[in-house]
Design a protein around this ligand. Structure first.
Ligand code: VGL
Ligand code: ZN
Length: 183
């Protein structure tokens, strides 16, 4: 079984949002194309979301480094992509005193995937050097075969992109694109 993991495609991470990823909106069509492709392949579709309480420790006001973003049940936390009815939504960093960049951290995602006999995971979304990277590395630790969908990720700092992809590859993540998957 395969799973597509769409990381944090939420309003606050898009241009105009509270913690924007430059050009983050440009990958929306490609992410939706991947959702369609993986649905056709019978894969599990997982969408993670940053889901912070109003007083989250990652916010500057509470000693963290980020402006307030993705607060539970607000507009900024809404998905910007269309998801199928049966998509699995994974909410992370939802307690005031714990940060979680990875979709596997404190969410039970590894067990959900293992119960469904998922072996390969394909990862896209934002931000490349934070939540995408942490999710990919955790997926490796949990023993999955991991593919990063290079044409459907964006970073907060675009100049870090090459470095991050190289680091992921060195750790065993495979890089894929739409051309390769459709071939
Ligand atoms: C993220 C910074 C803070 C992310 C989440 O989704 O990459 N980055 N919270
Ligand atoms: Zn966050």
């Amino acid at each position: 079984m395969e799973a597509l993991i769409v990381v944090d495609m939420q309003k606050d991470f898009m241009p105009g949002g509270a913690l924007p990823v430059p050009n983050g909106d440009r990958i929306i069509p490609r992410v939706e194309e991947y959702i369609g492709l993986f649905k056709e392949r019978g894969a599990l579709i997982v969408a993670t979301r940053d889901w912070h309480p109003e007083n989250h420790m990652s916010f500057k006001e509470y000693g963290g480094i980020w402006p307030k973003h993705c607060i539970q049940n607000t507009k900024g936390a809404e998905f910007v992509i269309k998801l199928p009815e049966d998509a699995i939504i994974i909410s992370k960093a939802d307690k005031p005193d714990k940060e979680a960049y990875s979709g596997f951290e404190g969410t039970g995602l590894a067990n959900i995937l293992k119960e469904r006999e998922v072996k390969k995971v394909y990862i896209c979304g934002v931000a490349t050097e934070y939540c995408v990277k942490a999710t990919a590395l955790d997926a490796l630790k949990h023993g999955f075969e991991v593919y990063l969908l290079k044409d459907a990720v964006k970073g907060i700092n675009p100049s870090d992109e090459e470095k991050v992809l190289k680091e992921l590859e060195e750790n065993g993540v495979k890089i894929a694109t739409m051309n390769v998957l459709k071939a």
